[in-house]
Design a protein around this ligand. Sequence first.
Ligand code: SF4
Length: 270
Amino acid sequence: MPWVTRGLRNGVLTTRYPKRPDGYGANWRGAVSVRPDGAGRPPVTDGLCPTGAIRPGATPHGLAGGPVGGPVLDRGKCILCGRCVAERPDVFSFDSSAEVAALTRPGLVVPPTEESEAALATVRAELSRRVAALRKSVHVRHVDAGSDGSEEWEVAALLGPVYDVHRLGVFFTASPRHADLLLVTGAGCTGMAGPLLTTYEAMPDPRVVMAVGTDAISGGIVRSGDTGPGGVGEIVPVDVWVPGSPPSPFSVLHGILLAVGLLPAKRGPA
Ligand code: SF4
């Protein structure tokens, strides 16, 4: 009986996302952005980022929405350590949104480029055609391809009462033969390459692949220079990229809804 009264007292806790975006705390780390007014400040040093996500002073002239001559940041390599924001708050800042998934690998680079916008339109149209049958219900097969376990916590939270992805027609399945969407976490280590490929090949068409987390996108901190696993895109063709280390459940959900064409593909800082 106590759980009934507690339930009545608390009311409905389930998020209304994506119908209504949730608010985030002041210290929320959705993703790192380059401040539009960051150009003209002292140059960013090469060794600032431990994963090489920042290319200092590499922005060519004419890019949309970014500082001319300022640094370029690849969210697909960013592990959200916060070092760049702490040391150079004049150039970098944390975004307050969890909607960070992208349909192209270049789409994770900020400031965004004009070329990526054109590529995005093509990719989105092609994906939209493929997933037309999945809009009402999508079955997800999750494969851990060498994760540190952090992404799994966030993915598991999607099934809880706060996110309750069943309300959106998203279901997790143990069988690749029943799956539409392959959700992959981990850097794509050698031992998991075979099982991951076997899972992908067992899925019926149309199948969509989502790389969840910085490790899955680029190898993250696991990759050292040019050695080590470089992300699951080296094993299976990825359609949706969800950066973060780990990405929040909202970011993973954003990626799923983007994959099945239920959200517009956003780019750049929220
Ligand atoms: S927050 Fe990301 S971009 Fe900034 S230093 Fe850390 S890993 Fe690099």
